[in-house]
Ligand binder design. Structure first.
Ligand code: KIV
Ligand code: NA
Length: 273
């Protein structure tokens, strides 16, 4: 399995890191069978599988519940679990306890924390305690209400400098990798060349050391609209939708089940009425 060491080696050798989210047993199994280098149990599960309209309502319990299922589906793949909203902001003690449960109970190999600033100290403490950490800067969805929406970050000189600074600080805190979300590709390229830890981009261009996308976006499964940076490789809404409609139609018109779907018994064994 991947680790901090061979992840950095992939960067040195210019080998792209393929990361995908997974939230349950089948998606994890599929990611592992596809040869993904890393699986992210993202708090995007709040939207993709729980039907919330942001990641804000997601709890530590939700992450543990889904993380365990992912581990059963992808036992051999490096798994990163998101620390959800406010689970690492109340106090150091609370953060460490939540991190311990997210790490131990799910069997993940690392935790991901959004942002920098006061989160840096938490990262250091986690790493010091033996929990590998992945950073996440740029568009950080847990802060959507502070950022003022889901939009590209770091487009001007000042915010670009700030993001570069945050990336340096996260590397200095000991993080093993960093997710760059929704930043211009020129800035992502600059950060990628500056850092020695790998960058994993989502909406951050091709120069990042790796890419991550949301499982449901790749499959266009349950999501109505996908952002510009997503490539959907199929339209599950349409294809799965057709299959489910066919089932309902066939039950109603009596064409399902057929003889081949049916069990039989000798007629003399039937109770007499
Ligand atoms: O939760 C998530 O899916 C993520 C990725 C978009 C990086 O954090
Ligand atoms: Na996330």
């Amino acid at each position: 399995m991947l680790n901090k060491h061979n992840l950095s080696k992939m960067k040195e050798e210019n080998k792209k890191i393929a990361m995908i989210t997974a939230y349950d047993y089948p998606s994890a199994k599929m990611a592992e069978e596809a040869g993904a280098d890393m699986i992210l149990v993202g708090d995007s599960l709040g939207m993709t599988v729980l039907g919330y309209d942001s990641t804000i309502p997601v709890t530590t319990e939700d992450m543990i519940h889904h993380g365990k299922a992912v581990t059963r589906g992808a036992p051999e793949t490096f798994k990163v679990v998101d620390m959800p909203f406010m689970s690492y902001h109340i106090s150091m003690e609370d953060s460490l306890k939540n991190a311990m449960r997210l790490f131990q109970d799910t069997g993940a190999q690392a935790l991901k924390l959004e942002g920098s600033g006061e989160v840096l100290e938490t990262m250091e403490r986690l790493i010091g305690a033996g929990i590998p950490v992945v950073g996440h800067i740029g568009l950080t969805p847990q802060s959507v209400n502070v950022l003022g929406g889901y939009k590209v970050q770091g487009k001007d000189r000042e915010t670009a400098e700030q993001l570069l600074e945050e990336a340096k600080q996260i590397e200095a805190a000991g993080a093993m990798a960093i997710v760059l979300e929704c930043v211009p590709r020129q800035l992502a390229e600059l950060i990628t060349s500056y850092l020695s830890i790998p960058t994993i981009g989502i909406g951050a261009g091709a120069e990042c050391d790796g890419q991550v996308l949301v499982y449901h976006d790749i499959l266009k499964y349950g999501v109505e609209r996908v952002p510009k940076f997503v490539k959907s490789y199929m339209d599950s809404n349409e294809q799965l939708g057709e299959a489910v409609k066919s089932y309902v139609r066939e039950v109603k018109d009596g064409s399902f089940p057929e003889e081949k779907h049916t069990f039989t018994m000798p007629s003399e064994s039937l109770p007499k009425l």
